[in-house]
Write a protein that binds this ligand. Structure first.
Ligand code: ARG
Length: 574
């Protein structure tokens, strides 16, 4: 990492004086929150303990040591801090050479040989694909993309909700209140309406719940007539979901719904019984989990299996069949207890892979402040939101650039990108309140803003006839770039921001947090726009022009990677 290299170089000047290890010293060096103080700072408080001197005295002494350092321009003690300004020319050319070489910046191999199974999207059959499932889809996709940059093998699994008591309810409602022609005309809306109606009727006629349970039991027992209706629901739902996935550009390695584990659950129940973990409770079978958690329900009194049972079978399948080293579940925070219970049962069964299971939780997606629930029928269909975003993007683009080639394709990339980015820029555990205007604003903290900055870099490089100056930059940097090319603040700040992409990528993987990438893409786009404003690129001359073009190309490459990791398209013209 280029920044790490600079820190080590600086720290090596302090080792003798402090008696500290260079690596440890480098670890203390930080980026000051206020960049006007310096490019880097060393807080001397920890050193004070071993050196038995006051931090300001140490800082002043260390400042002197840096006179011999080839990358430090100026060092000065301010209180207990040693603030350092780097040599802009040397660092800028070195950073550019490093970014263009690509070494470890956009990929590395630390995950080679390891497999990550990612449970993502996982919408429910016979219900609309909601804005809620969007979060799982885009967070899961971004994480999978990021893991792949470090050489991990990823397995993207769509754990479709295609089994469970709700199917008993829909079957009962369909037979009682449904009408084949109406359902055929508008399957998902109509099936969802029947589901909502079931809940309303069941409030007045509680016996309906028993009928639904019986219907689901018939399904589990293999009743052909009920299974045919169930298969129909899967078919129409998948057809709808596919449209959404196509728009979002989402792909899976496996669509393995909950029903896939039907023939694998007896073995789980038997194993639990043999390991002495299964206990009876009010006729149902449960695994008790101590005082910290309620028991995990395994089998209902009528023998029907439950959501946790299917997740136990699925986890075992992923560990055994896919040889997953990490099992990630990208599912809303409201299912926290469910996953705690499932992982706790796996631990009780003696599986060490239980410690490699992680619930990647996320907050709620609200529309205009309202939580969405399929039971109450308050649901915003993602497809509608995407269609509207695309239409609005199309109108904005037409106004901005009437001669754009392929306006439909660009409008789709921008509209969909806006919706995805709006989600990913928010730290995943935070709730999101979705508003179309905010998501689509070209001058806000948005996807279109980043996409537009990327398109601008492409347009500049096109005009300069220098698309991808990358390969030649290394030669230029080492042979031609002279120290008399002043690096102004905007150029310098852009260079420092670009340096960060490497750390951001690795942290995003480690913390399972794609918002770090989205925020960094915004930082780069902002720094680039300031640079573009302050520094003429195409009209500059000689080395300065070459430097600015090389920097512009570095921005193009960084934004292209960041957007791609987030699952967002990066059109070269908008
Ligand atoms: N279908 C479920 C829902 O919409 C999410 C499934 C998450 N994955 C899992 N392995 N339980 O609530």
């Amino acid at each position: 990492m280029v920044l790490q290299r600079y820190k080590l170089q600086i720290a090596s000047h302090f080792a003798a004086q402090t008696g500290w290890d260079t690596n440890e010293l480098a670890g203390l060096i930080e980026i000051p929150p206020d960049r006007t103080l310096g490019d880097l700072a060393l807080p001397c408080f920890k050193l004070a303990k071993t050196m038995r001197q006051a931090p300001p005295v140490i800082a002043a002494a260390l400042a002197k040591e840096l006179e011999a350092c080839s990358i430090v321009e100026h060092a000065e003690a301010t209180g207990g801090y040693l603030n350092m300004r780097l040599k802009r020319q040397a660092i800028t050319t070195d950073t550019l050479a490093h970014l263009h070489s690509g070494e470890g910046v956009y990929n590395d191999t630390h995950g080679a040989g390891q497999t990550v199974a990612i449970d993502l999207s996982s919408p429910n059959i016979a219900k609309p694909f909601s804005m809620g499932h969007l979060r799982s889809t885009v967070i899961g996709t971004a994480l999978a993309n990021l893991f792949e940059t470090s050489g991990y093998k990823t397995i993207r699994i769509n754990h479709l909700g295609d089994w469970g008591t709700q199917f008993g309810k829909i079957i009962v409602a369909y037979r009682k209140y449904g009408d084949e022609a109406t359902v055929n005309a508008n399957p998902i809306t109509e099936l969802n309406r029947l589901y909502v109606q079931f809940h309303e009727e069941a409030k007045l006629h509680p016996e309906l719940d028993n009928e639904a349970r019986a219907a689901f039991k018939r399904l589990e027992d293999g009743s052909e007539e009920d299974l045919a209706l169930w298969r129909y629901m899967i078919e129409v739902s998948m057809r709808e979901f596919e449209k959404t996935y196509q728009l979002l550009g989402t792909t899976f390695d496996f669509n393995l719904g909950e029903s896939f584990y039907n023939d694998k659950m007896d073995a789980v129940v038997t194993e639990l019984r043999e390991k002495g973990l299964l206990e009876e409770s009010d006729g149902a079978e449960v695994v008790k989990l101590g005082d910290a958690m309620p028991p995990c329900l395994i089998r209902r009194s009528d023998g029907a299996t439950l959501y946790p049972t299917r997740d136990l079978a699925a986890a075992l399948y992923r560990a055994r069949h896919f040889h997953a080293d990490h099992l990630l579940y990208v599912v809303g925070g409201e299912q926290r207890l469910h996953f705690q219970q499932v992982f706790a049962v796996l631990r009780k069964m003696g599986y060490t892979f239980a410690n490699a299971c992680e619930h990647i939780a996320f907050g709620l997606m609200r529309m205009g402040g309202k939580k969405m629930s399929t039971r109450k029928g308050q649901i915003v269909r993602l497809q509608d939101v995407l269609d509207e975003a695309i239409a609005r993007a199309r109108a904005i683009i037409e106004e901005k650039n009437p001669h754009l080639q392929n306006p439909d394709g660009v409008a789709r990339a921008v509209g969909v990108g806006a919706v995805i980015f709006n989600d990913l820029k928010t730290y995943r555990l935070h709730d999101i309140d979705f508003t179309m205007d905010t998501a689509l604003a070209f001058d806000g903290e948005t996807g279109p803003y980043v996409q537009y900055a990327h398109a601008r870099t492409c347009s500049i490089l096109r005009k300069a006839n220098a698309l991808s100056v990358g390969p030649s930059v290394k030669t230029w940097v080492t042979s031609q770039c002279r120290a008399d090319d002043a690096i102004d603040d905007a150029t310098w700040y852009l260079t420092l921001t670009l340096q960060g992409i490497e750390t951001v990528r690795l942290r995003a993987i480690e913390e399972r947090d794609p918002s770090l990438v989205a925020k960094h893409a915004l930082d780069i786009a902002q720094a680039f726009n300031r640079f573009y404003h302050d520094c003429p690129i195409l009209t500059a001359e000689g080395n300065l022009k070459a430097l600015r073009l090389a920097l512009t190309d570095a921005v193009r490459i960084a934004l292209l990677h960041a957007l791609t990791w987030l699952g967002i398209e990066a059109p070269s013209e908008i």
